[in-house]
Design a binder for this molecule. Structure first.
Ligand SMILES: Nc1nc2c(ncn2[C@@H]2O[C@H](COP(=O)(O)OP(=O)(O)O)[C@@H](O)[C@H]2O)c(=O)[nH]1
Ligand SMILES: [Mg+2]
Length: 236
């Protein structure tokens, strides 16, 4: 029964779409990854994990940009991770214009022959108009330097927030184009049923899951394994 349910759910979830957890890297240009999501979702931590993964598993040269100039301590938090990973972190002043930080980072990444630039952003969903303008400006600036960019805009969602996480995904998808979801704190929840809801409502694939606070606590989302997990819970 388990196998049948898993097969069925797999087909329903995939729904004829091409499901990939792979990052869409640029062929011949810098790959820009924009991380969005509300405060506390796990953006900054996920950037560090993702940078680590891309460096060590793909052998790419990675740079990060501290585009969350809003939250106190956010710049230092990212700089600290970058320091530990021994990669450059481009930063500006707290309260400064995040787009100018992104612009500097783009120039430096291009000049330095980097493969991937991962950009942090402030997730002020409470102020939707500002957030929308900020993300639009960032996208414009990115496209000026990297016409195909950003190749990924990953929405970071805290899996333990349940319904609230789903609403965030809906709101963010109205504000900007999301190419994938990173579901964090899956170590803190048994279910993660939110994955199915988000796919159902928005048709955005979950690309990675966060399983803790350490640098290697990030995994590619494995649909089959995930559905098996759900079914095992049901059977118990
Ligand atoms: N248990 C657990 N904690 C996480 C995970 N991802 C992030 N965190 C923690 O969540 C908190 C907020 O993360 P942070 O990266 O600062 O979120 P941001 O505000 O979106 O940048 C920090 O204490 C992180 O260590 C995860 O996958 N599992
Ligand atoms: Mg942060």
């Amino acid at each position: 029964i388990n196998d049948i349910i898993v097969d069925k759910m797999f087909v329903i979830y995939a729904n004829d779409s091409y499901m990939t957890t792979k990052i869409n890297y640029a062929d011949n240009d810098l790959t820009v990854i924009l991380m969005v999501g509300v405060n506390g979702a796990g953006k900054t931590t996920t950037i560090a994990k993702l940078a680590n993964k891309i460096m060590h598993e793909e052998g790419k040269k990675v740079m990060v940009a501290a585009g969350d100039t809003f939250r106190a301590g956010a710049i230092e938090q990212l700089a600290e991770w970058a320091n530990r990973l021994n990669i450059p972190c481009v930063k500006g002043k707290e309260g400064g214009d995040p787009s100018s930080v992104i612009f500097d980072a783009l120039e430096q990444a291009k000049a330095g022959g980097y493969d991937v630039l991962i950009c942090d952003t402030a997730g002020r969903l409470q102020n939707k108009v500002n957030l929308m303008k900020e993300l639009e400006k960032m996208n414009r600036i990115i496209k000026r330097v990297v016409p195909e960019g950003p190749q990924e805009t990953l929405l970071v969602v805290d899996a333990t927030t349940g319904q609230n996480g789903i609403s965030q995904a809906v709101e963010f998808s109205k504000i900007t184009d999301i190419t994938g979801i990173v579901l964090t704190k899956m170590d803190g929840t048994a279910k993660g049923g939110i994955i199915l809801s988000i796919k159902d409502m928005l048709n955005i694939p979950v690309k990675f899951i966060g399983l803790g606070e350490k640098i290697d606590d990030l995994q590619e989302f494995d649909l089959e394994q995930y559905i098996y997990g759900l079914c095992n819970d049901l059977m118990e």
